[in-house]
Design a protein around this ligand. Structure first.
Ligand code: SN0
Length: 315
């Protein structure tokens, strides 16, 4: 596998899921693959799960993980080409990336959407420079438009907990005080569209996801109606695509609480974390036995491990 951004990069999902469950059952079974191999994980933004699960996945495969926190430990990096670098950014990606590439075999990059320039974000300008200038396989650890390691872990979790062959999965927008990227809902929708599930996206007007990710999902503007009979409720806030990066709605009636869960088919609750309690979801729902947020986060190790395993196998 050359890079990991989209569901198409992983090939048939049945095989990927089977492999994830094999890796989960035997996490150290492929430890020889990573011997004398190095992965560099570059973080332009904060992280808890991605940072730890990626390192754990690399260690399970016998690899050496090195973490670089840009803006903290390194020089501040310029990401735009053609600018006069007389500000506070000391080094350009054009030099930093090939240097990083010369020290490792695989690169993981976290680089959130800036949410000001849609064209810059949706061209995945930062991630594409890593592909172009490093010469190494690149994993998106949440980049401007996608978070594939999360979506793969979500799919593994749904596979483990589903009670029917084709569960109803509802991705519901929920309120948040800040403008957040679309990467998590984009990838979740992309992966659920590719999987054998009935996907419904519930959102207020103006929150339509880019069609390349929303695909053929049913869109519902009445959240309660969308939730009826759901087997899985996946809550997430995102900012508007149309009115790029803007918060258009703060309606707290969209916060997922017990009344929302009551109309579902005794659904499981999911969220990628970090989550704002009593903003996105009530304490009662996230603390209930139907909440999968912890097993979902635990599966982040195995989604990352399958991706790294396949990259190591094709080096
Ligand atoms: C990120 C996002 O894309 O929504 C990362 C999710 C994995 N979330 C946040 O930035 C939340 C920040 C906050 O203040 O709650």
């Amino acid at each position: 596998m050359k890079s990991f951004f989209h569901v198409s990069d992983i090939g048939p999902l049945d095989a990927a899921l089977k492999e994830a469950l094999e890796v989960k059952a035997n996490p150290f079974g492929w430890k020889h693959l990573g011997e004398n191999k190095t992965i560099i994980l570059v973080f332009f933004n904060s992280s808890l799960r991605t940072r730890l699960s990626s390192q754990k996945a690399a260690l399970n495969l016998g690899m050496n993980p090195i973490v670089l926190n840009v803006n903290g430990d390194s020089w501040k990096l310029e990401t735009e080409l053609g600018v006069v670098m007389d500000g506070d950014r000391s080094e350009h990606l054009r030099e930093a990336i090939p240097v990083i590439g010369s020290y490792c075999d695989i690169i993981g990059v976290r680089s959130f959407a800036g949410l000001t320039d849609k064209e810059f974000d949706y061209a995945e300008t930062v991630l594409q420079q890593f592909v172009e200038y490093s010469g190494k396989p690149v994993i998106s650890l949440e980049s401007a438009t996608v978070h594939p390691c999360q979506a793969f872990a979500d799919l593994i979790t749904i596979e483990e907990y589903r009670r029917t062959k084709r569960p109803k999965v509802v991705l519901t927008w929920a309120p948040h005080p800040r403008a957040l990227p679309q990467a998590v809902p984009n990838s979740f929708a992309e992966w659920m569209n590719a999987a054998d599930v009935d996907l419904v996206i519930a959102q207020p007007e103006g929150y339509e996801l880019d069609p390349q990710f929303a695909g053929n999902a049913r869109i519902e503007y009445d959240q309660m109606k969308a939730l009826e009979g759901a087997d899985f409720v996946y809550a997430k806030n995102w900012s508007s695509v149309k009115d790029y990066g803007k918060v258009l709605c703060k309606d707290t009636s969209w916060t997922v609480d017990a009344a929302h869960m009551a109309v579902t088919n005794d659904a499981y609750f999911m969220h990628c974390l970090p989550v704002r309690r009593n903003v996105i979801v009530s304490d009662e729902v996230i603390d209930s036995p139907r909440s999968l947020v912890i097993p979902e986060a635990a599966n982040r190790v195995f989604s990352a491990q399958v991706v790294m395993k396949r990259m190591l196998e094709s080096l």
